[in-house]
Design a binder for this molecule. Structure first.
Ligand code: FPP
Length: 234
């Protein structure tokens, strides 16, 4: 039985791949590879628990400042992941959507994004939102630009704009985030989904992302279910 208080939208900042690898004398790339395996396992687990939407931070706009070798490795890993796991997403009825800016991304990355989004678009069992070349402030700016353009073309009545309708102009029309999890002990939001996180509960764990397994997620849910959410009321 699925508890009706289960969060509808969970977000994860998947942090600590590099430290996980370093502590094992491995290369950072091996940490990212292990992180991608963890993502596969836990996304299925999380969406099977009644969570409808899962957002994950795969690559920030700032991550382009890393070594070219690491950026290339991550981009290639993401392409491979989209191609290799597409059938698994369909088997599990999961729709994959990508959030982020398309500029700066290589053509083969954009091709892989289009492929996975098209391949899984008919699925209705849950949404996996992968944030790639993503920034929360940038998302709000891009939404504002979309609205300004519609206004200029006389296609929007600004009186209809409110906290709820603004979601339509974000990269994907998702729900507000109920629970935000960050792994690896860092206590920051790092420009992740700022608009959607206005009232979310935060859960921080020292576990590095590759070690964040199904049991660790269940601990986060147990903690969340114990909290009373007031949404600014008393
Ligand atoms: C942060 O850890 C993690 C990232 C910047 C990349 C996240 C990517 C994955 C989990 C796997 C690939 C994703 C997909 C969608 C296949 P870090 O490298 O900053 O770790 P550190 O802080 O310990 O150095």
């Amino acid at each position: 039985m699925i508890d009706s208080n289960i969060p509808a939208h969970v977000a994860i900042i998947m942090d600590g791949n590099g430290r996980w690898a370093k502590e094992r004398g491995k290369k950072r790339s091996e940490g990212h590879l292990e992180g991608s395996k963890t993502l596969k396992k836990i996304s299925q687990h999380i969406l099977s628990k009644g969570v409808k939407q899962l957002s994950v931070f795969a690559f920030s706009t700032e991550n382009f400042k890393r070594d070219k070798e690491e950026v290339d490795y991550l981009m290639n890993l993401i392409i491979k992941y989209f191609k290799k796991e597409a059938d698994t997403f369909n088997k599990n009825n999961i729709k994959v959507v990508i959030s982020g800016r398309k500029d700066n991304l290589r053509d083969d990355v954009i091709e892989a994004i289009n492929y996975i989004q098209n391949y899984t678009k008919q699925n209705t069992g849950g949404i996996l939102n992968i944030c790639l070349n993503y920034g929360g402030s940038e998302e709000i700016i891009d939404a504002s630009k979309k609205i300004a353009k519609l206004y200029k073309e006389d296609k929007i009545d600004l009186n209809t704009l409110n906290k709820e309708s603004f979601y339509k102009y974000l990269y994907n029309n998702l729900k507000p985030i109920d629970l935000m999890i960050r792994t690896s002990g860092e206590l920051r939001v790092s420009n992740f989904m700022l608009y959607q996180m206005a009232y979310s509960e935060f859960y921080f764990t020292d576990k590095y992302f590759p070690d964040f397994d199904e049991g660790e997620f269940d601990k986060a849910i147990d903690e969340y279910l114990k909290r009373t959410r007031r949404f600014g009321g008393v």
